[in-house]
Design a binder for this molecule. Structure first.
Ligand code: RBF
Ligand code: MG
Length: 268
């Protein structure tokens, strides 16, 4: 996905503005933007349409309301600059994509990592390898990328950012299988041996933030993870997510025999 898509000096010319906007937005990442801009302003476009509306079929939207009417549900008319000699309309995409089949609950015993030392990197992770959930077949279907949600470990709840994938940045030392790697935000480790291997971790994944990327180096990877953490914390502060807490049925105590599970909740 691109950070943004720009219709410069041509949004009046497209055959169908609604369809064009939806097609552009589909190629923009959650949190990204779509722009329609014109360096000569919206009046100029309106004049061209007057002259020949088989070439310039549409005017440019002149209000946020009009811009919202053209947009698919996940795009928001965000900012309009409509001055005499410059026009810029910006729509923004929702900052995340909800999990397609509902809230995803994963539970399993924390496995050892691959010794690249996520703790040293400043983002310790608890790992649930994909083969744990092979029967349910849910992880194979997910696009490699970063999701956010909440985690429960030792009876405590944390905001979680969760990479599902192979760590391609570590060329030659990628994960041998797809893994679910969760960083528990604000977990304060009391000792360096505090690894919670084999302890039961619950994850409730709410939405998808971005694809997994092969970064040119560690600083870029760490900057991206820092940003993921901020996004996740911000999103989970929304009143919309207030019910995601210890009281969620997925986090109720289960018999020890249900140590591993993967299940979608249609409703929160
Ligand atoms: N590894 C990558 O190679 N690319 C990524 O985009 C990526 N994103 C991550 C996002 C989060 C929130 C976390 C916790 C990890 C991510 N990783 C990514 C995995 C990272 O490489 C791994 O945690 C360390 O190598 C330690 O195993
Ligand atoms: Mg780890």
């Amino acid at each position: 996905p691109f950070d943004s898509a720009v219709f410069n000096a041509c949004f009046g010319n497209v055959f169908d503005q609604t369809e064009s906007l939806a097609a552009a937005a589909a190629n923009v990442r959650p949190g990204g933007s779509v722009f329609a801009t014109h360096p000569l302003g919206a009046d100029f476009v309106a004049e061209l349409k007057e002259i020949d509306d088989s070439v310039v079929r549409h005017e440019l939207p002149r209000s946020l309301e009009a811009a919202q009417e053209l947009a698919p549900p996940f795009l928001h008319a965000y900012e309009l600059v409509d001055s005499a000699d410059f026009y810029s309309m910006r729509w923004t995409r929702e900052p995340y994509a909800p999990m397609q089949k509902g809230l995803l609950h994963l539970r399993g015993p924390v496995a050892r990592g691959y010794g690249r030392g996520s703790k040293k990197l400043g983002f310790p992770t608890a790992n649930l390898p994909e083969p744990l959930f092979a029967d349910e077949g849910v992880i194979q279907d997910l696009q490699a990328g970063v999701n956010f949600g909440i985690a429960q470990l030792r009876g405590q709840i944390y905001t979680a950012v969760c990479n599902i994938g192979y760590s391609p940045t570590f060329a030659g030392a990628e994960n041998p299988t797809k893994i679910v790697e969760a960083h528990l935000c604000d977990y304060s480790s009391s000792s360096s041996k505090d690894d919670f291997y084999d302890e039961i971790l619950d994850l409730l994944l709410v939405g998808y933030l971005r694809p997994e990327k092969k970064f040119p180096g560690l600083p870029a990877l760490l900057a991206a993870i820092t940003n993921d953490v901020e996004m996740a914390k911000d999103l989970l502060k929304q009143p919309h997510f207030a019910h995601l807490s210890v009281s969620h049925p997925a986090l109720a105590p289960l018999p020890a025999s249900t140590n591993t599970m993967a299940k979608y909740y249609q409703e929160f």
